[in-house]
Design a protein around this ligand. Structure first.
Ligand SMILES: NC(=O)c1ccc[n+]([C@@H]2O[C@H](COP(=O)([O-])OP(=O)(O)OC[C@H]3O[C@@H](n4cnc5c(N)ncnc54)[C@H](O)[C@@H]3O)[C@@H](O)[C@H]2O)c1
Length: 416
């Protein structure tokens, strides 16, 4: 693990030293309501008074993933929501060392699960989200935690983003247009939401002297690769989606900031993620269709596309382990399971669990939409070498996602 010298001076000029977290004072409770006009975070605005939580400066040892995965429990008294059981107890279980995390996209599927995990581990968290696809209900457990503060804001609003990030020590950048399918309908959207927003995050970090960043990239950056399973170093000359291209550009910016300003970057190329708070993707689409008409299911493509999926808690395990153990200036990891399935396999699991035998109508072709990769299978040797392994198979993750959507039907109404 690299050991950087903490430096609290805002880093506004090229400098090879990553910068540190601002000083903290215990004693102020965070504002738990979304703030429509973001104001600078108060230094020390996290953590209950008198607990004496110690904050680390950028780059020092960061035991963020210490301890077991929080026990996700179904709370039958709360409309079937999954609550991280340790979250509400976090104030009593603060670790000796904490880090103030800034999470963009905090109200999203993956972001809200990450927020809960970080809070359960005892870390102060500032969430930043414009709620374009995020859900306030996903942040209800976090809002009950004194270590959490939410800022409602747009990553394209650089002054607001910079103000909100004040005092942070590590940034998880998850906010994005996360839907790969509709790029050709709005070509500017991916550029703005995924590339320019990433540039803004990097600039806000530079202004605040924050030097460490984890970025939610995607296996879509490989376009249509020639090597399977696809390792991080594989050639990928064929780009097919505006989403993948915009994320790849974001990766490039991060690498350039690492080289130019001494940042440390973690780039995670996810396969499709499944699990609690899932709001978009094939399980969502299929289940919503089948609720409306159990007799028929429309399938994009020929159903033989080979895809990989990963359970969201396994994804969080991998990211937190990587930022703790990987110490290069730029750390790139594929995240996925060691298997893939056909879309038709997943249809069988879903319809089997629902006890349905719908007529399947395929739109045809080996791609479901422009930019769809007919085969996604990532080589995860690199992240496994750090000691990580997924706990759920693809089938288990699909079925768990279906169970979540059955328990939380309101989610189905939230996305077009
Ligand atoms: N879900 C997957 O299968 C998957 C796969 C690969 C990569 N990713 C990446 O992971 C990240 C999270 O994806 P997700 O599935 O949780 O998506 P999501 O849509 O549920 O979450 C994205 C969040 O970002 C917020 N957001 C979007 N634009 C914003 C803006 N301009 N300013 C502030 N907030 C904004 C949304 O409101 C939402 O809460 C994304 O970067 C996505 O590209 C996701």
């Amino acid at each position: 693990m690299r050991d950087f010298t903490p430096d609290l001076t805002p880093n506004l000029t090229p400098n090879p030293s990553p910068k540190g977290e601002g000083s903290k004072q215990a004693g102020e409770r965070p504002d738990l309501t979304p703030d429509p006009s973001p104001t600078p975070l108060r230094s020390g605005g996290h953590g209950p008074a008198g607990r004496g939580s110690q904050h680390l400066h950028t780059g020092l040892f960061l035991p963020v993933s210490m301890g077991p995965r929080p026990n996700l429990t179904r709370n039958d008294n709360s409309a079937g929501r999954w609550w991280p059981a340790r979250c509400l107890q976090a104030a009593d279980t603060l670790p000796a060392i904490t880090m103030h995390f800034f999470v963009t996209g905090a109200a999203g599927f993956i972001g809200s699960n990450l927020v809960d995990r970080l809070l359960a581990l005892g870390h102060p968290v500032t969430g930043y989200d414009d709620f374009s696809t995020g859900q306030a209900r996903f942040l209800e457990p976090a809002a009950a935690c004194p270590n959490f503060r939410l800022v409602r804001g747009d990553t394209l609003d650089l002054p607001a983003l910079t103000a909100a990030m004040q005092g942070a020590g590590f940034v998880f950048h998850l906010a994005a247009n996360a839907d790969v399918r509709f790029g050709t309908q709005h070509p500017r959207k991916d550029l703005e939401q995924n590339t320019l927003a990433t540039f803004n995050v990097l600039e806000a970090m530079r202004a605040n002297g924050v030097g460490r960043l984890a970025f939610a990239s995607t296996g879509s950056i490989y376009g249509e690769p020639w090597v399977f399973p696809t390792p991080e170093a594989a050639p990928f000359p064929v780009q097919t989606s505006l989403y993948g291209a915009s994320k790849l550009a974001g990766e490039g910016l991060i690498q350039a900031y690492c080289a130019g300003f001494g940042f440390q970057g973690y780039i995670f190329r996810f396969v499709s993620i499944l699990g609690e708070r899932y709001t978009h993707g094939h399980v969502f689409d299929f289940y919503r269709q089948l609720r409306q008409n159990p007799a028929e299911l429309r399938v994009l493509g020929d159903g033989q596309q080979r895809k990989s999926y990963l359970y969201v808690q396994d994804c969080l395990d991998a990211m937190l382990l990587a930022i703790e153990r990987a110490a290069e200036p730029v750390n790139i990891f594929n995240l996925g399971t060691g298997e893939y399935c056909q879309v038709n396999d997943s249809i069988g699991w879903i319809t089997g669990a629902l006890g349905l035998r719908p007529r399947l109508s395929y739109t045809g072709g080996e791609r479901g939409w422009i930019g769809d990769s007919p085969f996604i299978f990532l080589d995860t040797t690199k992240i496994r070498a750090l000691g990580w392994a997924p706990k759920l198979t693809i089938r288990e993750a699909v079925l768990r996602t279906l169970a979540y959507l059955q328990a939380e039907p309101w989610v189905l109404e939230q996305r077009a």
